[in-house]
Structures are given as structure tokens and as C-alpha cells.
Design a protein around this ligand. Structure first.
Ligand code: 13P
Ligand code: SF4
Length: 303
């Protein structure tokens, strides 16, 4: 605790010196969420990165989030506490594969989940996050959509649109781990609890949800719901904000495996160090960034 206090003091001093803003995804460790200027889901943090006046953005999340921030704010320095924080789902789609699919479906538009590399975004018509996926798809001027890389979110979106989705076979290792059996067992144990679930989970698990939504949407729902108890089907870091917003409610994570090891690679010590050394910085080749920016800006414009 004493060490954390010293680290925090150092952090606040450095933050001023560097004119920095700290953005933290809800899946980050508590010790990071506690010191962040903004906590949020992928969409809210991308919006913050695009609109901040700060000179330095410290993105506490995984690599593609830092890349998106750099693409949206190319003149800013974007730091990430540990560049090994990747997203296995983002790595499941490659440019060659996507180009082949585009050649096979010349009339389709490409909608890409923000959990993807800058190179994939550069091949994309419009990006989306889990909070706006349905809205984005329905805003696209085409009947056929190439959807990369999350098959589970793709399946969910397909149920809420008349467009035809051609779905890539990627998935999130963490959310895909949750099974129907896990949820059935939890419901038996907590019969009064509502089940709230992220659309990155398997379709049959999502179908069991009393509420389906992005991390921010889940947090907002639990705050407003009259239920007192919840079974949570998303990454365990979300517990920080859920319990902060609703200290009188109980949150049971659906399994102990709902932990994203990539998100947890960042910690307070590395956060302080990256502001001290101004390393590691996110770099996106300008030619790639310029192409990718259009797809992200289009997303930010969808109401
Ligand atoms: P959201 O931030 O849109 O809830 O997505 C969750 C996620 O897996 C981020 O990596
Ligand atoms: Fe990627 Fe899943 Fe981790 Fe999100 S929770 S960063 S989608 S592996």
C-alpha cells in the first residue's frame, strides 16, 4: 500500500509535467483504473482519444486500442505501459485473407470490429465496437457485409439486421471460454440473479442473457436495474466499476476464467515507468494510419 502511494504521487507529478491523460479500459487491473482520468469501453476511450487536448495519451489497454488512439490523434504521443499487451482475436485475421474475401465479394462492404490491427483497418470501410455494431451495420450502404474478425459478435449482429454477413472465424479466447453449463450452474446457485453478458461470448451463451451489451452498456444496465444480484459474463476487471457504482448489489462472475491475460500485463508500476521514460510509444506508419483513419472516423460519426 505504501509503495502504491509513492507510485501514485510520482504518477500525478509526471502526468502534469508531460501534459498527459490516462485512459483505462474496464478490463485493466484495479490499481490502474483507480488512477485513470477516464475509464470506459473501447468506444468511449476511442472518442476520448480523438477529442482530448492533452499532448500525451497513456492508453491502458491492449495494443490495438493504443493504435486506434494514435490513428485518431496522429500528432500526439501515445504510450502503452507494456507493448506485449496484445489481443489474440485481433491477430486472427490477416490482410491477405481479407483481400481474398473482398475479391470474392466485390459488392460487399467491410465492417471491422475495432479489435483488429491498423493494417486491417486500412482495408476497411467502417469500424465498429461492441457498443455500436448493430447501428454501424445498419448504417452501411450495402446488402452484403464482410465482417471481421469476431464470429461471436458477428452472429449476434446478424440477428439484428436484414443484411447478409459474411463472417470471419475469429473469437476472443477469454469470452469464448464461457459455456452454457457454467451459466446453468451459476443460475442454479443464484436463482434471483440476472445474467448480463458480452456479445463476444458464444451465441448459445449470449442467448441466455437477460441483458446483452458492451462493457459500458452492462455497467449502465446493472446500475439501473431493480435486480440486486447479477451473474456477469464478461472480463473480471469490470467488477471495479460495477461495485463502485452499485455497492449494495452483488456481482458474481460466471467463471473464474473470465480474465484476459493480455489486459493484465499492464500494472501501476509499468504505467508510471512509461510516463517517466516516454516509452514504449505506439507507432503506426503514416500511410497505413491515413487509410485506417477514415474507417474509424466514419464510426465516430454514426449516431
Ligand atoms: P468493449 O470495450 O466494447 O466492451 O469490448 C470488450 C473487449 O473485449 C475489448 O477488448
Ligand atoms: Fe482481446 Fe478478448 Fe482480451 Fe478483449 S478480452 S483484449 S477481445 S482477448
Amino acid at each position: 500500500a505504501e509503495m502504491n502511494r509513492e507510485l501514485r504521487e510520482k504518477l500525478f507529478r509526471l502526468k502534469k509535467e508531460r501534459n498527459a491523460i490516462i485512459l483505462a479500459h474496464y478490463y485493466q487491473r484495479d490499481e490502474i483504473q483507480e488512477v485513470a482520468d477516464f475509464r470506459g469501453d473501447s468506444f468511449l476511450l476511442a472518442q476520448k482519444a480523438a477529442s482530448t487536448d492533452a499532448e500525451t495519451i497513456v492508453f491502458c489497454g491492449v495494443h490495438f486500442m493504443g493504435e486506434s488512439a494514435k490513428i485518431l490523434a496522429p500528432d500526439k504521443t501515445v504510450l502503452i505501459p507494456d507493448e506485449r499487451a496484445g489481443c489474440p482475436m485481433a491477430d486472427m485475421v490477416n490482410v491477405d485473407g481479407l483481400r481474398k474475401l473482398k475479391a470474392q465479394h466485390p459488392n460487399a462492404k467491410v465492417v471491422t470490429y475495432i479489435n483488429s490491427s491498423a493494417e486491417i483497418k486500412a482495408e476497411t470501410d467502417i469500424c465498429c465496437t461492441s457498443s455500436n455494431a448493430v447501428k454501424v451495420i445498419n448504417s452501411v450502404d450495402a446488402d452484403e457485409i464482410i465482417w471481421v474478425p469476431d464470429k461471436n459478435l458477428g452472429h449476434y449482429v446478424q440477428q439484428h439486421t436484414d443484411k447478409k454477413l459474411i463472417i470471419w472465424e475469429g473469437y476472443c479466447n477469454t469470452h469464448d471460454m464461457l459455456t452454457v453449463k457454467d451459466v446453468v450452474e451459476m443460475k442454479a446457485k443464484y436463482p434471483n440473479a440476472e445474467f448480463v453478458v458480452h456479445p463476444e461470448c458464444r451465441p448459445e451463451v449470449v442467448a441466455m442473457g437477460d441483458f446483452v451489451g458492451s462493457t459500458t452498456a452492462i455497467i449502465d444496465y446493472c446500475k439501473k436495474s431493480s435486480a440486486k444480484e447479477f451473474i456477469v459474463g464478461t472480463e473480471d476487471g469490470t467488477g471495479y466499476q460495477l461495485r463502485k457504482d452499485s455497492p449494495d448489489k452483488d456481482f458474481h462472475f460466471a467463471t473464474k476464467f473470465l480474465v484476459c491475460p493480455n489486459m493484465k500485463v499492464n500494472n501501476l508500476k509499468k504505467l508510471v515507468k512509461c510516463l517517466e521514460t516516454m516509452q514504449p510509444q505506439i507507432y503506426v506508419p503514416p500511410a497505413v494510419a491515413d487509410k485506417a483513419r477514415t474507417s474509424l472516423e466514419r464510426m465516430l460519426q454514426v449516431q
